[in-house]
Each structure stands twice: as C-alpha cells, then as structure tokens.
Ligand binder design. Sequence first.
Ligand code: COA
Length: 376
Amino acid sequence: MTAPANPVISATGLFTPPETIANDELVASFNAYVAGHNALHARAIAAGDVAELQPSSTEFIEKASGIKSRHVMSKASLLDPAIMAPRWAERGNDEISVLAEIGTAAARDALVRAGRDASEVDAVLCAASNMQRAYPAMAIEIQDALGVEGFGFDMNVACSSATFGIQTAADYIRAGNARSVLVVSPEICSGHLNWRDRDSHFIFGDVATAVLVEAVEIAPPAHWEVLGTKLKTVFSNNIRNNFGFLNRANPDSIGADDKLFVQEGRKVFKEVVPMVAAMIVEEAARLGIDPAVLRRLWLHQANAGMNRLIAQRVLGHEASADESPTVLDTYGNTSSAGSIIAFHLHSDDLQAGDTGLICSFGAGYSAGTVFVRKHG
Ligand code: COA
C-alpha cells in the first residue's frame, strides 16, 4: 500500500506495424477471391444452390467508413486470396509471443517518454480485444519482458478495453494500491477479422498502444490530470466473436464464420451513437465541465460517420478535424487502441489548462470516458 493519490497520464506509447494495405490492394485481393469462388461454384450458382458472391469496392469502403488504409502484421498472407489470414512461424514457449512483443514495444515507448524506468512500475494491465492464449496472462509476459516487478493481468472489454484499463489503473492509484501502472493494448485485429466477408473485410488494422497512469506526485511535470472516468456496459449481440477454447468441443464449428468478428453494422451505428453521446454529456455535467468548451475529443476510431455525429451532439456544432482528429483513415479500426492512437498523435499542441476527452465504445456494448486536463 502507498498513500492514496490523484491519477494522471504521464505518457503514452505507440507501436505501428511497418506494413500497410491500401483499399485498392485490399479490394483487388477480395475481388480475386470472389471471382475464384464464383468460377469454382459456377454450376451450383446457376442451379441456385450456392449464392454468387459480390465484389467489394474502394469507393464503398471510403464512403461507408472513412478508412483508406490500415497497418498489418502479415501483409502477404492477408492479401493472398488462398489464405486471407495472418500467418507467421509459430514461436516456441521460450520465445516472446507476438502480442507481447508489440505490447512491449508500445510500453517501452511510453516509459521513455515519461522518463520512467520499468523497475519503478508497479503493475501491467494488458487490456485488449483478443488475447493470444488463455494463460499465462499476456500482461505477465509483457511485465517480464519489461522487467517490471509487482503484478499484471489481462482484461478484455473489446473496443473499450483501454479506457476500462485506464479507470482500473486510476482506481489503484486513488486507493493507494499502486503508484505507476502501464495499460497496454496490443491489437492484432487482423487475426479476428473475416477477410472474406464483404460487409466487414475492410474494417480492422493492427497496432499496439500503451498508457502510463501514475500518481501525480511521481509524474513528470508535463502530464494529463485524469479529471474523471466513467464506464458503461449494455449487453448486445450486434458485435460478436465466438472464438474461444470451447471451440474444441465441436470440431465441426472450427473455422465457422461466427468464430471471427461479426456485426450488424447499421444497428451498431444507430444504437451506440445516442448511448455514447448521452454518456459523455452526463459525465461532463457530473464533473462540472461544459462540453462545448472541450478543446479536443479523442474518440474511438471505428467509423467516421459515428464520430461526426457523436462529436456534433457533444460540442453542439460540427467538429473540425482539430476538435475531433481522426486516425481511422490510415490505421483503420484498431479496436481499443484507436482513441489512444488519436490521443498519442494529436495532443502535443494542446496548452496547459486545456481539457479534452478520451472516449471508447464498441462490443458488449461497452463505452468508457476519460476526461483529462493538460499540465506543464
Ligand atoms: N463493397 C461494396 N458494397 C458493399 C460492400 C462492399 N465491401 N459491403 C456492403 N456493400 C453494399 C451492401 O450490399 C448494401 O447494398 P444495398 O443497399 O444494395 O443492399 C450497401 O452497400 C449498404 O450496406 P451496409 O452494410 O448497410 O453499409 P453501411 O452503410 O451500414 O456501412 C459499416 C457498413 C459497417 C461501415 C457501417 O454500418 C458501420 O461502420 N457501422 C458501425 C460499425 C462499428 O462501429 N462497429 C464497431 C466495431 S468495433
């Protein structure tokens, strides 16, 4: 136990995979798969026994989502119409796992920016949508790779994992259970995306982020005060992924489409926008913050249209790119990491005293808000 303290964000970190897939490349691969499928099943399609697949298009993707490109961990296999999934050599148990490797890279970036030695960190939370394995926890492997003492554990609240992680870390600091906590979000979304599903094949990208949440007493002079955090969940099947260890109970179901990401995109859009906008406005009121004077919104990066509507409801006017920056165009949807990438890349220019909001939303449904104020 240490003394209860006020939590701040000391620094953030980012790992961006070097390879990218632009929409044109993605669509060319998808359409080659569609052409191959339709040719192979031409007779069954003509007889009405098999549905003819429809091609995708760059125009649709950009208009419906705002995504132009995404970073990935395994470009060649994702674009190969015969594979369309990430592939790399399996690693032995004595080698660092891929998810831990990219999470560690993001965490190291955050530690360097904060001027913090890993030995001074008390806990590591791996907060992400899909863990590489059941156990040992990814967080403990990252903790080991960094040389952190104390403890670590995994938590999964889908696209809201990072904000739920920040509140958890902030609560440890408020309670005096820790003074320095790393919240790491390695998101290899390419592994749970169905690259053969026309409705969603363009959505996700890969990345890792880290947020160092600390007691104000030990934080560097330039930091972000955590003014308040709020979490919300409401059960919905509209975004779902049934992948899990019980797949082995029914070998026939392995590889079925619902063992990957599936969603009712329109329903998600319609139901999540009002829920999140209302939550932000209510939480701002509780904290005594006029939402209209928020200097910047770092929103979850899933869909440009959703962000436009949420920002408008919160600010009371159409948000400029400066007020609600997007990284969706170059990163795609990176699940829980999206709002943290936006914060990481678009926060240096704010002045001391400026107030902003990190906000996530997604499967569960789940949503999280973290109101922050710049210091130093
Ligand atoms: N290429 C070309 N056309 C496509 C297509 C593709 N890849 N995918 C779908 N279409 C077509 C559909 O067939 C449909 O055609 P129709 O009107 O002739 O029937 C039309 O485009 C609209 O399809 P729809 O799926 O309803 O698109 P949409 O405008 O709702 O956009 C999403 C789809 C997924 C981008 C959008 O619903 C969304 O982003 N929702 C929120 C998702 C989200 O945030 N999820 C959270 C994940 S964490």
